[in-house]
Design a protein around this ligand. Structure first.
Ligand code: GDP
Ligand code: MG
Length: 304
């Protein structure tokens, strides 16, 4: 039998550099995996992609969904080691021609590791003076830290194929962990967006002026079982006080938001839905310890 290659890939970088967009373009679609093999204890797998004898498994890096730089730094300080040790390949994402203090901090974290590191310069579609790109690449190369430096645009997909080829190239020799039957359901981005908007609408309708409208909802899992679709969603608020408002006393508010949203989502999907919601504070975590360990407050909304 052919040799098989398989490895874990993590992605780090400052907020807004395009990490999620890159993952989405690498994976084509967002996937959720239900049947986990006993050989892996991971629970932070975003998806995998198999091409012939090579399989890359993308894992969720703490801080990846965080849009606050301070929080990101904090998470990096706490968990950079585990991000690094747990993965075979690290993708460090920069944007345009910027290499900043925060990037320096990340670099310090990955300096003394044996992991393969690919430095991605994203958003090259937004670089006006293209002749500045080469000197920037040379500067990054002079750190002697990256196995590869690759300019891409996740938005226009320019360079995404090359990125995939580079990742495949650095995968270690291992048996594949996932087979196609582990890929239960693909949820396309429009569907994910619709569901998060349905939930958001219920929150705003219920709480109106009590909350700023910049709360957002992320779908963490979408899993279609026989006749029940299980969806996990995280509601992000700005402050701890808002988290309490969304939850309500004894969780009553969150419960009714969840129930109403679940009914709407069932109509939209035309399927029975089990909706699990969490509320998390997306900012000001610097005053609160244990972001990563915190699961927030949960609630289940089952079809009766
Ligand atoms: P993350 O915080 O690192 O996960 O960043 P996101 O993936 O959420 O992207 C942040 C913003 O940058 C979004 O508005 C994306 O649409 C945008 N973006 C991502 N990649 C590109 C790119 O290659 N070019 C341009 N012009 N915008 C991009
Ligand atoms: Mg993101």
């Amino acid at each position: 039998m052919d040799k098989q290659y398989c490895g874990y890939v993590s992605i780090i970088g400052k907020p807004n550099v395009g990490k999620s967009t890159i993952i989405n373009s690498l994976l084509d679609k967002k996937v959720s995996i239900t049947s986990r093999k006993s050989q892996t204890t991971r629970n932070n797998i975003i998806g995998f992609k198999t091409k012939k004898n090579k399989q890359m498994i993308l894992i969720d890096t703490p801080g990846m969904h965080i849009k606050s730089q301070r929080t990101m730094n904090k998470i990096l300080n706490k968990s950079a080691q585990s991000i690094i040790e747990d993965t075979d390949i690290i993708l460090l994402v920069l944007q345009r021609l910027a290499f900043e203090k925060e990037d320096e901090l990340i670099i310090q974290k990955i300096k003394n590791t044996n992991q393969k590191t690919i430095c991605i310069i994203n958003k090259i579609d937004q670089i006006e003076k293209k002749n500045k790109l080469l000197p920037f690449i040379e500067k990054l190369a002079s750190f002697n830290l990256f196995d590869e430096i690759l300019p891409i645009s996740a938005k226009t997909k320019d360079g995404i194929n090359q990125l995939e080829m580079l990742i495949m190239k650095y995968l270690p020799e291992n048996r594949h962990i996932y087979s196609e039957s582990d890929l239960m359901l693909m949820i396309d981005k429009d569907c994910e967006f619709m569901i998060s908007e349905l939930i958001r609408e219920k929150i705003i309708r219920k709480l109106g002026d009590e909350l700023p409208h910049d709360i957002f909802v992320e779908i963490d899992m979408f899993d279609e079982k026989n006749n029940l679709t299980e969806i996990h969603a995280t509601i992000f608020v700005n402050r701890k006080s808002q988290k309490q408002i969304v939850i309500g006393s004894n969780g009553q508010i969150l419960k009714s938001i969840g129930t109403e949203a679940r009914i709407e989502v069932e109509k939209y999907l035309d399927k029975k839905v089990f909706l699990k919601t969490w509320v998390k504070v997306k900012k000001n975590w610097n005053t609160d310890s244990g972001f990563i360990n915190s699961l927030g407050v949960g609630n289940n909304h089952e079809s009766k």
